[in-house]
Design a protein around this ligand. Structure first.
Ligand SMILES: Nc1ncnc2c1ncn2[C@@H]1O[C@H](COP(=O)(O)OP(=O)(O)OP(=O)(O)O)[C@@H](O)[C@H]1O
Ligand SMILES: [Mg+2]
Length: 247
């Protein structure tokens, strides 16, 4: 399923945060967004997922559409959009009082009305996919960061999304743990998932991204194939940004 965001504007108070942002993610592709802190990356993903309203512009995820700043249409849109689009955050957001299996099966049981046996079977299938079936009865406090993030991915997958939005999902993890999470995302990509990721993992972007987009001050400065943007961008600001990331 594809994502099309057209000329999205969003202000907080009087400050423009997204300033005519246009970005497309074709179905089955992986797009990586990079850019300085405060450039609007998280705000953009939150708008796409209906967690934040937009002032103007249009968002389309598959057939689900949002036209500009119509607050009345905002709510139904966001619940529809979240049926096809999952989001994973930097800080995992697991339910601390629920087991790993409980975290993964809560939404399918409650929202999709799966019975307990079906939800459990789906839960184990997804935990197997992220390599954590033996941890089904653990609680989040007993897991490493990488394991928590893999549970968060399994939990998002439980709703059978067609698109996943990932906001710096490895930035709080040690280098070895980053890889276990990035490997899971690469596997999802190979299975056809459409991925829009904010990440500064340049190695991953070079290997897995179909397109890299550099965002600054709420708009796209330059976009293109990873090699072009990460190794020979036209804009010198990107070159400086990437050399700082590498140092
Ligand atoms: N709910 C909010 N109310 C007011 N201002 C906000 C809100 N959310 C974000 N902002 C402001 O919008 C700007 C963009 O924030 P955002 O979190 O989207 O940046 P970012 O590119 O994700 O940065 P980082 O790389 O640090 O995660 C920041 O200046 C932030 O302070
Ligand atoms: Mg952010």
């Amino acid at each position: 399923m594809n994502i099309k965001a057209h000329e999205i504007c969003k202000t907080f108070g009087k400050r423009p945060i997204l300033d005519g942002l246009t970005l497309e993610v074709p179905s089955g592709e992986t797009v990586v967004i990079i850019g300085p802190s405060g450039s609007g990356k998280s705000t953009f993903l939150r708008c796409l997922n209906g967690l934040q309203s937009i002032d103007s512009g249009t968002i389309q995820v598959g057939d689900h559409k949002l036209e500009a700043s119509n607050e009345k249409r905002f709510s139904p849109f966001s619940s529809e959009i979240r049926k096809v689009q999952g989001m994973i955050f930097q800080d995992f957001n697991l339910f601390p009082h629920m087991s790993v299996l409980g975290n993964v099966t809560e939404a399918p049981a409650r929202v999709l009305k799966h019975n307990q046996a079906d939800a459990r079977a789906l839960g184990f299938e997804l935990l197997k996919k992220v390599g954590l079936e033996s941890h089904a009865n653990h609680y989040p406090s007993q897991l490493s960061g990488g394991q928590k993030q893999r549970v968060a991915i399994a939990r998002a997958l439980a709703m059978k999304p067609k698109v996943l939005l990932c906001d710096e999902v490895t930035s709080s993890l040690d280098p070895e743990l980053k890889h276990e999470v990035l490997d899971v995302l690469e596997k999802l990509k190979s299975e056809g998932m459409t991925l829009l990721m904010v990440t500064h993992e340049i190695g991953f972007a070079k290997k897995a991204a179909d397109k890299v987009v550099f965002l600054a001050e709420g708009k796209v400065v330059e976009e293109g194939p990873p090699q072009q943007i990460l190794e020979s961008p036209e804009n010198s600001r990107i070159r400086t940004f990437i050399s700082k990331l590498m140092s």
